[in-house]
Design a protein around this ligand. Structure first.
Ligand code: DGY
Length: 319
């Protein structure tokens, strides 16, 4: 039997590539710019599998030029850029990679919180700029110990952030559509969204991007937060109204923001957010460790190979 024809939309971690190479003829986009459908359409016409390593919209336009697709796999847990009903209508299973990135993403979210609170990145800039002089103090940070962390979107990653916060002496509250049945085991208290906004000293956003959560942090929500609040987004940029966040930070309605994700993404170097002194931004690196990215690539490759063989995927959004 010949090899499966598979389109890969960008770079892929070696462990995943090796798995695919055994069974697939690979058509890989190697330029750094994100491909458009037109760039891939010749390959997609024949493709049986699509491996979305560089995030591109998987929508009607793409699916229409790929009539032979049997499966799509993406090494990511979030699938907000994928039209799942359109895939389902065409009986194409879509596999994501939940689970394998939980601890790594929680480390980054908590790392952002700690770095912002203790101004670690500002201290480094201060030292490098030669400002470490006797009697000259850089701005002080704030303690985590004894403070309240509010987690918006308490799933597996939220629970892993909660454990880290509790180990640092923080109280954890959370807001979801409804209370979790295991909240006692999590040692976290449920709050309505507005209650959480008013009570939390640190807010960590981990909710998936959906029609409901798009723009859920706007002017009204920032106005409900404490003026000392730290806002950390490790979910998706579009959960936040960027303009409203800029205003809240510029007018000191809240104290600080630390973002792993932004809207737009990538954030242009001349974006107004980057002119503020009370913000820390990193380039969407929540799951970006070598170990975890290899695990994600391997799980996505496994999903792809199973789908090509007509078998159920290990982790599938629409099966
Ligand atoms: C995910 O897995 O969804 C991460 O945000 C990487 O895109």
């Amino acid at each position: 039997m010949g090899k499966y024809k598979v389109v890969v939309t960008g770079r892929i971690m070696p462990a995943g590539l090796a798995m695919l190479k055994e069974h697939c003829e690979i058509y890989q986009w190697e330029q750094t710019a994100r491909p458009r459908v037109a760039d891939l359409s010749e390959w997609l016409r024949e493709a049986e599998g699509l491996f979305v390593s560089t995030n591109i919209p998987v929508n009607e336009e793409l699916l229409a030029v790929a009539p032979r697709l049997k499966v799509i796999a993406q090494p990511a847990v979030g699938y907000d850029s994928v039209d799942i009903p359109a895939c389902t209508n065409r009986k194409i299973p879509f596999g994501n990679t939940p689970g394998v990135l939980v601890e790594t993403t929680a480390e980054l979210a908590f790392g952002l919180l700690l770095t912002a609170a203790r101004r670690i990145h500002e201290g480094w800039d201060w030292v490098r700029a030669g400002k470490w002089q006797p009697g000259v103090l850089m701005p002080f940070g704030v303690d985590l110990y004894g403070k309240t962390l509010g987690i918006v979107g308490m799933g597996a990653i939220g629970s892993a952030v909660a454990r880290r916060a509790q180990a640092s002496g923080m109280k954890v509250i959370y807001s979801n559509r409804k209370p979790r049945p295991d909240q006692d085991a999590l040692k976290a208290e449920y709050r309505l969204f507005d209650e959480l906004l008013a009570e939390a000293d640190f807010i960590v956003v981990l909710t998936p991007l959906t029609a409901e959560s798009r723009g859920m942090f706007g002017e009204k929500e920032f106005a409900k937060m404490k003026p000392t609040a730290y806002f950390i987004n490790a979910a998706r940029g579009a959960v936040v109204d960027t303009q409203a966040l800029y205003k809240a930070l510029a007018e000191k309605q809240i104290a600080y923001a630390a973002l792993d994700v932004t809207d737009p993404e990538p954030l242009p170097a001349d974006h107004p957010l980057l002119t503020l002194s009370n913000i820390l931004v990193v380039p969407h690196i929540g799951s970006a460790t070598t170990e975890t990215r290899n695990k994600m690539a391997m799980l996505a490759a496994e999903n792809l190979l199973l789908g090509l063989a007509g078998k159920p995927l290990v982790t599938c959004v629409n099966q």
